[in-house]
Design a protein around this ligand. Structure first.
Ligand code: GLP
Length: 261
């Protein structure tokens, strides 16, 4: 079962995520971070940037792999996930840009981009800690409902629901690309530690389905139940659909001091 941690807000979640990543980098200076986009992880990236600056942690060797990218946005488009990862992660954390990869959404090479990304992940030795958000459709990365639980990095068609959700980042809903390239669920499950974050009422159903529902391709988030080390960090609103809430609070309150998330 995933460990479920209920926190007051995104800042409290960010402190936990930053703790885990700082400990990882101290242990492994060339750690491989799995990076999610979307609004959810932003407070965690800010917390991590502060810790790195305050404690003067050397992150020059840290490597990163983004989960996904839109297909067909022009190079340098501000909402491409390459731009978002540069703006929200690489620059504030002070990572080495060449060590942070994002799937290549250029239509010219899209047929081989998935296999290329898988090869890069394998060559890097895999992801040590993967940050995940979850979409209202239950998607992780851009693995929409129906995605194979064994899937690898490949091109997917976005649901209209997800395009509507992401329209807030674009001038018009029609500007949201129809296709994306995303790490598969099988790819995500290879990471050594999954940290899934979710905040707000709108995520409550997806969180409940991911943590307590049947494992099913219809709820891609439920794949976390197949992973031996998953931490789910949620606020009260996102946790509100969980049946075993009392137990999660009890287990967290009695967590052995020596254990990290
Ligand atoms: C996006 C991303 C996901 C993200 C999810 C939730 O479209 N592809 O990686 O986890 O949808 O987004 P948000 O955090 O903005 O709610």
């Amino acid at each position: 079962m995933a460990e479920v941690v209920i926190v007051d807000d995104e800042e409290a979640a960010g402190a936990l995520v930053a703790d885990a990543i700082v400990a990882l980098i101290r242990r492994k200076p060339d750690a491989v971070l799995g990076l999610a986009t979307g609004s959810t992880p932003l407070a965690s990236y800010r917390a991590l940037a502060s810790r790195i600056a305050d404690e003067r942690i050397d992150v020059r060797g840290v490597r990163g792999f983004a989960l996904d990218e839109y297909v067909g946005l022009p190079a340098g488009h501000p909402e491409s996930y390459r731009s978002v990862i540069t703006r929200e992660v690489v620059e504030p954390l002070g990572l080495t840009p060449e060590l942070v990869r994002v799937p290549n959404g250029d239509p010219a090479s899209i047929r081989t981009a998935g296999a290329d990304y898988e090869a890069s992940l394998l060559a890097a030795g895999g992801v040590d800690l993967q940050i995940l958000g979850i979409g209202r459709t239950g998607h992780i990365g851009f693995n929409e409902p129906g995605s194979s639980l064994a899937s690898l990095t490949r091109v997917k068609t976005l649901t209209e629901h997800t395009r509507e959700d992401n329209a807030r980042f674009f001038n018009s809903p029609d500007d949201v690309p129809m296709h994306c390239i995303t790490q598969g669920i099988g790819t995500i499950l290879r990471a050594r530690h999954l940290v899934l974050l979710a905040f707000g009422e709108a995520k409550a159903r997806a969180v409940a389905a991911a943590v307590e529902g049947p494992v099913s391709a219809s709820q891609p988030g439920s794949a976390i139940q197949l992973h031996p080390h998953t931490t789910v960090i949620v606020d009260d609103a996102a946790a509100s659909g969980l049946a075993n809430l009392d137990y999660y609070r009890h287990a967290w309150a009695h967590k052995p001091d020596w254990q990290r998330i």
